[in-house]
Design a protein around this ligand. Structure first.
Ligand SMILES: [Zn+2]
Length: 262
């Protein structure tokens, strides 16, 4: 495991770095840690533990998937409310002053210098670490298949969400469509494409920044967090989704006859 501590901050952790599998797992909203350098943004303890601060269950699921798929995992170590790593620096959502029904006092009216400080302390090292893993594999002639792991809350603005497994794509829908087909065939989950969010909601920043420019196959996976609420459930979900990802990748690969025809 390699952890980058920037000015003492546990910004990013890379696990299973030399795992040889084709996938690269990413978890931008893995942590609800609020380092002293930024404080708790005026949030009461309950809000610091709520889904607005992180994606509950996502890190456990991502770790299990990385183990099942023999893949590296790049995971964040700081709350998304300090800096949301799946948003670009100019986006208001990168340091949101409001999330669902919660105000985030410490993010209200942020001065440009503070936005730059957080960008330099959190966003830049995380994405540099992720890019390093991609570059190593590109150099070795084994471009990774990027899968980002997220979770979403079952209740949103007071309304229940029926979708259980959301599969979201950026510019290239190929892997997402293959994952949808395999998930429908292999799991009993309510699976939907581009729900509960889509690229139009600006949720594909990591894919757009790190995967799309290199032509990497990529997909963002969103699991409803009541389905991964404890380690046993995380394990069961990973055991269900790992074969889905393997089969989706196999389905994307051209058949030998198609290859010969090109
Ligand atoms: Zn997320």
């Amino acid at each position: 495991m390699a952890a980058a501590r920037i000015q003492g901050l546990p910004v990013v952790t890379t696990e299973n770095r030399d795992a040889p599998g084709p996938f690269l797992i990413v978890c931008e909203h893995a942590s609800n840690h609020f380092p002293a350098a930024f404080g708790t943004l005026g949030l009461p303890p309950a809000a610091q533990k709520a889904h607005i601060a992180w994606d509950p269950g996502a890190l456990g699921l991502a770790r299990r998937l990385a183990a099942n798929l023999n893949a590296p995992l790049v995971a964040a170590g700081i709350s998304r409310l300090v800096y949301d790593l799946n948003r670009p620096p100019h986006s208001p959502g990168a340091m949101a002053a409001r999330s669902e029904t919660f105000d985030i006092p410490g993010n209200a009216g942020l001065a440009p210098a503070e936005r730059r400080r957080r960008t330099e302390a959190v966003y830049l090292p995380f994405h540099a670490a992720l890019h390093a893993e991609i570059a190593r594999r590109l150099a070795a002639g084994t471009p990774p298949v990027m899968v980002t792991i997220h979770s979403f809350t079952p209740i949103w603005f007071g309304k229940p969400r029926e979708v259980e497994f959301g599969i979201i794509h950026d510019a290239d829908p190929t892997l997402a469509r293959a994952v949808l087909a395999e998930a429908k065939a292999r799991t009993g989950l309510d699976c939907r494409l581009n729900e509960p969010y889509s690229a139009a909601d600006e949720v594909t920043h990591t894919l757009r920044l790190q995967a799309t420019p290199y032509g990497l196959a990529n997909v963002m996976l969103e699991v409803r967090n009541d389905l991964i609420a404890d380690p046993e459930a995380e394990r069961a979900m990973a055991d269900g989704l790992a074969p889905v990802l393997r089969a989706a990748l196999a389905a994307m690969s051209p058949k030998p006859a198609e290859k010969a025809a090109v």
